[in-house]
Ligand binder design. Structure first.
Ligand code: C5P
Length: 277
């Protein structure tokens, strides 16, 4: 049995630049990754099988359309693998929530299969499979701090945040990425600053999808208001197309105090206290 973590993806900044003829958007983003996330486990089997566990199993279901199943099928076809696998996805991250979720799961599946079948983690064919599975899957396959352009899949590794404490909060309103991009107002507000360290670039940046997400899920504004008021928070922002928001706290005690306040004020919201690399 092989297990891979599928860490939550966080967009420190996400600038939308233009709508493309293929329906996607050109963007610039700073990707960082939490230590925690979903988990994908893999074992050899006589027939292909897919099961889902964990707190959000009921939302996902063992669907044949799941990106995990599609990633495994694409891997077997690309590398000519006859061996079948039993794959278990343990779902700890909320679904359709702007922190990678399905993309992280697909990338973890590719990593697990690569380990099992002796394919190098940076094999170009693996990256090509990731690109075909979704715009965020290549970043999740890389799994380290990176600047993303194009659809978010042209990646340049950058210096990360060095395990900075982070609090993720989601009001448990699922949000469709396509719908949020469709709600973008079409105004190019400029590039992510180039100079400075990753945190400084993030702080100087924006999430251009936030207004569209707040129209679909007004709770996003509420989450951000609570996070921004927490002592020690150096940056509070929405990730991806939402509705998950994050706050960075250089001091872990400040993060834990913030988590306690959120738990007390909004017990129905999902929270994850972690660190970002
Ligand atoms: O590639 P993925 O399936 O994750 O993208 C989901 C949807 O998000 C796309 O169908 C598209 O509508 C939107 N999207 C976009 N521009 C991007 C990434 C995603 O418009 N750069």
């Amino acid at each position: 049995m092989l297990t891979e973590t599928a860490p939550a993806k966080i967009n420190l900044a996400l600038h939308v630049r233009a709508r493309r003829p293929d329906g996607y958007h050109d963007l610039e983003t700073l990707f960082v990754f939490a230590r925690d996330g979903d988990r994908v486990s893999l074992a050899d089997a006589d027939t292909s099988a897919f099961t889902v566990g964990g707190p959000f199993a009921g939302v996902v279901g063992p669907d044949a359309d799941n990106l995990v199943v599609r990633a495994a099928a694409a891997f077997r076809a690309a590398f000519g693998i006859a061996q079948h696998h039993a794959i278990t996805l343990d779902k700890y991250l909320p679904v359709a929530s702007g922190i990678g979720g399905g993309s992280a799961d697909a990338a973890a599946t590719l990593r697990a299969l690569a380990r099992r079948h002796d394919v190098a983690a940076d094999d170009a064919r693996l990256v090509a499979l990731a690109v075909g599975l979704g715009a965020d899957v290549p970043a999740c396959l890389l799994g380290r701090a990176a600047f993303g352009s194009g659809r978010g899949d042209a990646l340049t590794p950058i210096a990360g945040l060095g395990d900075m404490p982070v609090l993720l909060v989601n009001p448990l309103v699922p949000v469709s990425t396509a719908a949020i991009f469709a709600g973008w107002d079409g105004v190019d507000r400029g590039a992510i600053p180039n100079g400075g360290d990753t945190l400084a670039r993030g702080i100087a940046g924006r999430n251009d999808l936030q207004p569209a997400a707040e129209r679909v899920a007004p709770q996003v504004a509420q989450v951000l208001a609570i996070l921004r008021e927490r002592p020690g928070a150096v940056l509070a922002r929405m990730s991806g197309s939402g509705a998950t928001c994050f706050a960075l706290f250089p001091d872990a005690a400040d993060r834990d105090a913030a988590a306690a306040v959120v738990a007390a004020e909004q017990p129905g919201w999902w929270r994850l206290a972690s660190v970002v690399a």
